[in-house]
Design a protein around this ligand. Structure first.
Ligand code: HEM
Length: 241
């Protein structure tokens, strides 16, 4: 029932876009993600064509993979900044220094170093995706281990992000300064121990910097317009691992 509703809801958006082109109100499907998918759907060369069902599935994947994760990150970041007023002030200063009252632009947003550190620390403490799975396709040796085919492996982001051997005894404290150098410096002994976006060829499509810009832009708006206070009495909520 719910699945059908979601399917129809996306179809409506698709139809609306197609109608605009059919009635010549618009001369293309658009350059955004949906526009590119619609172009592929209407492409006459077989290798490029995707079915309407695939198109809807792609939209669902992007929506669900992107919505909850981003909300979670922004929610925890606001919370952490609310209880760490010193960092809140530092980040606000950074934003005001770079943009003043101007709108953020992609070039200067890349210079938001402190904000990037805060996001990393927020995703370390409260990773929006707490783990992911891989299935072993055929027997493979990994170091001293032999992994048989069809084995399901679970990688716990939450566990590794809270391992004191990797991060130190202050592992449960909010310390964005860990990320003041490259991420591999923060993890000391294991450069792959920080993986909020997963790992390997199927990692998050949004993990590159361009995707991260959006988050920084949103946080930026909040930094300039709000003061989070009155939460000094709160302490970190700790996940049970
Ligand atoms: C803070 C925000 C986000 C976090 C922490 C996050 C995290 C992740 C993780 C852990 C995976 C699984 C990776 C793996 O199996 O190795 C993933 C996959 C994916 N994410 Fe994200 N994500 C975020 C935002 C987004 C956004 C905004 C989008 C879309 C605009 C998105 C699209 C996807 C897609 C399409 C996949 C599947 C990739 C594939 O299977 O090839 N994510 N994400």
């Amino acid at each position: 029932m719910l699945e059908k509703k979601i399917h129809n809801c996306i179809l409506e958006i698709i139809n609306e876009r197609e109608e605009k082109v059919k009635s010549s109100e618009e001369d293309s499907f658009g350059n955004d993600f949906l526009g590119l998918l619609l172009k592929a759907h209407h492409d006459n060369s077989d290798s490029q064509t995707i079915s309407v069902d695939d198109l809807v599935e792609e939209c669902k994947t992007f929506y669900f993979a992107g919505q909850e994760t981003t909300n979670t990150l922004l929610g925890w970041t606001v919370f952490l900044l609310a209880i760490h007023i010193d960092w809140q002030e530092e980040v606000r200063k950074e934003v005001l220094n770079l943009f003043g009252r101007e709108n953020p632009n992609p070039d200067s947003i890349a210079k938001l170093k402190l904000m990037g550190m805060v996001f990393n620390e927020s995703m370390r403490l409260y990773p929006p995706v707490i783990g992911f799975e891989r299935k072993v396709e055929r027997e493979v040796r990994v170091g001293e281990l032999i992994l048989p085919a069809n084995l399901n492996l679970i990688f716990s982001t939450l566990a590794l992000h809270h391992d004191p051997h990797i991060w130190g005894e202050d592992v449960n404290q909010f310390k964005p300064e860990r990320f003041s150098e490259r991420v591999s410096e923060a993890t000391k002994i294991n450069s792959t121990a920080f993986f909020p976006f997963g790992m390997g060829p199927r990692n998050c499509v949004w993990s590159n910097f361009v995707g991260f810009l959006e988050q920084k832009t949103q946080q930026n708006e909040r930094e300039r317009s709000l003061n989070w206070c009155g939460l000094n009495t709160l302490v970190h909520y700790r996940h049970s691992i």
